[in-house]
Design a protein around this ligand. Sequence first.
Ligand code: SF4
Ligand code: SF4
Length: 440
Amino acid sequence: MGFLSFRGGVHPPHFKEATTRLKVEKAKEPAVVTIPLQQHIGAPCEPIVNVGDQVKVGQKIGETSAFVSTPVHSSVSGTVKQIARMLTPTGEAVCIVIESDGLNTVHENVIPKGDISNLSGKEILSIIKEAGIVGMGGAAFPTHVKLSPPPEKKIEEIILNGAECEPYLTADHRLMLENPDDIIYGLKAMMKVLNVTKAYIGIEDNKPDAIESMKKAVEKETGIQIVGLHTKYPQGAEKQLIYACTKKEVPSGGLPMDVGVVVNNVGTAAAIANAIKTGMPLIERIATITGKGIKEPKNLLIKVGTSFKEIIEQCDGYNGNPGKVIMGGPMMGLAQYTDEIPAIKGTSGILVLTQEEARLPEPKPCIRCGKCVEICPAFIQPLYISAYALQNMHETAEKYNALDCIECGSCSFICPSKRPLLQSIRVSKREIIAKKRKTK
Ligand code: SF4
Ligand code: SF4
């Protein structure tokens, strides 16, 4: 097989050995869950339960009428103890705290929804929305929105992202080995919603067993192709994945739908299959708990709302004093101030670095080596954008296409002077976007 790729990118060490061969284990039942009403991009939900209410597994506890949002559901049965603003992995949000009764009584609405062969595309879309499904790769964008392009944007292909290019993470890898049929079922459901007949599943070549597993799963299918990709970061980023699989280039400032493509994660496809087959909304997910700062790394099936602290304790706790706790991988993950925060739908992993690993080197002046420009997969000039960002010259940074930055962190990784490139570009992007919103 010839492996495909994109222009630019870097080769960080994989660090996947600790968990790549470990089967997914079901995490211990949490005694209490803290479920944020904002776990995704878009509008937050409003609580539809009150303190003192009894709730069941899969019961809707938060909803909104906003299009770019999804409902949230309880992952346990028990009593609502508190509704208040709390710290979550993505900032502060209103959370619903539920004390489990340990019975896991399933809500009456959680019933199988039928089969994709006799459900219409519209019905499948409504199941996806009601099940609160979001992108499981970490970005957590509401899936029903991605599957509802405006009529003028004709979608021709779906790409499932099985690249898992972030170092350390192995949750998608294990899913492709342990549950390939649900991935295909969910993909076919999405194909029906978008009325497309062609799909690709892109997988990096450092996961040959996953490539084999998925190839076997599509043996009897038509229109679904498994694409082996070169192992290179950020192979799983949308624009890079689209280019590798189809050679289509998403224009600057454009979206995948502009070239007739929708990209979703393999975990999202499996969540869709589960919602259709069992009626269970998105209340749990696979996450990789790993890093030298963890005594016994694992791939765990965790319930949304379980605290990081409790999850880490199930991995035998910290290896010494932790240096940094990150939700996700080291390149695009979010550093956390505390482990007293709940796992959310986008928690693809919890990475703990030792104090030595977490120590940031002192940045030195730029030596104009050009390496950051050479590897930038968005074909922008990180050194200049960063320099303007650091001087608060955000308008100039915008002229240098700062908004095209996909925040992959490759430039920071490659920079020999250890400049804070991504961090400064991120600040500039936020400023530019905020200004645009204000002008509107
Ligand atoms: S500028 Fe943005 S897109 Fe380019 S390498 Fe840096 S983080 Fe990635
Ligand atoms: S990689 Fe670092 S040192 Fe080299 S040009 Fe870019 S910012 Fe400057």
